[in-house]
Design a protein around this ligand. Structure first.
Ligand code: ATP
Ligand code: MG
Length: 230
């Protein structure tokens, strides 16, 4: 069985073809060490999001395999996977309710105190204090009452509250105002500390802060190393 704690990930000769679609990944082999931070970069269509999808088992490889802590992902029960691996999607998916409810969704049964503690640990209490209704602030349909950056903050707080062993991030490409950007950076830093983290990176700073950068091109990893080496 899969033990709790910082986890390693292994892709062994992974190929993936979308049904009626292109072969999006070819022979991807990579070992991600426990607690390490990996950034995934590459041109549009190079396979970055597909790689992220396979990590959280939104899809299964059409060839090869993905293993988490030595256990093939296909052998990890979904209930356990849902606790261990959490993704912050590109445009934070939010429910049409309050900020607090959206964050609690990360860990059913969490209290308002738990949510406030999580926001504190992420350095977001000043953001919370600036909201007219605090945790009771409605996010609106699809989170439209918030900015794109704030939606990512809520999605990140939700992921952090879930306390996953593997955190997968698909960075937002939309412009974020400088104040929110700074908060997001700091919160990401706290959220990734001590865990295995994989980020599809659009910011240079994310690649710079990573232990290793994987460069995708045409569905293959064509280069890997630290940001300085590349
Ligand atoms: P971007 O930087 O634009 O987000 P990406 O590197 O994340 O690009 P992927 O989304 O992984 O790229 O796409 C890899 C390939 O798979 C592309 O050719 C893309 O058109 C195709 N693809 C992605 N999603 C699907 C899908 N749901 N059905 C069919 N083909 C898809
Ligand atoms: Mg993508």
């Amino acid at each position: 069985a899969l033990e709790r704690g910082p986890v390693e990930v292994r892709f062994e000769d992974v190929g993936y073809a979308y049904p009626d679609g292109p072969q999006a990944l070819h022979e991807v082999s990579v070992h991600i060490e426990p607690r390490s931070r990996v950034a995934v970069v590459g041109e549009t269509g190079s396979g970055k999001s597909t790689f992220a999808k396979l990590l959280i088992r939104l899809a299964d490889p059409t060839s090869g395999r993905v293993a988490l802590g030595g256990v093939p992902l296909t052998d990890v029960p979904f209930a356990s996977l849902r606790e261990r691996v959490v993704m912050v999607p590109q445009d934070g998916f939010l429910f049409d309710t309050t900020i607090g409810e959206n964050i609690v969704y990360g860990r059913p049964g969490a209290t308002a105190d738990d949510v406030e503690r999580a926001l504190h640990e992420l350095g977001l209490e000043d953001w919370l204090a600036g909201l007219a209704r605090g945790l009771d602030t409605p996010v609106g349909q699809r989170g439209e009452a918030l900015s794109a950056g704030e939606r990512q903050l809520v999605a990140l707080a939700r992921a952090y509250l879930a306390d996953p062993d593997l955190l997968v991030l698909d960075e937002a490409t939309s412009a974020v105002d400088p104040a929110t950007e700074q908060r997001l950076q700091r919160a990401l830093e706290s959220a990734m500390r001590g865990r295995t983290a994989v980020s599809v990176a659009h910011r240079l700073s994310t690649a710079e802060a990573a232990d290793r950068v994987l460069v995708f091109d045409g569905g293959r990893i064509v280069q890997q190393g630290s940001h300085d080496e590349l």
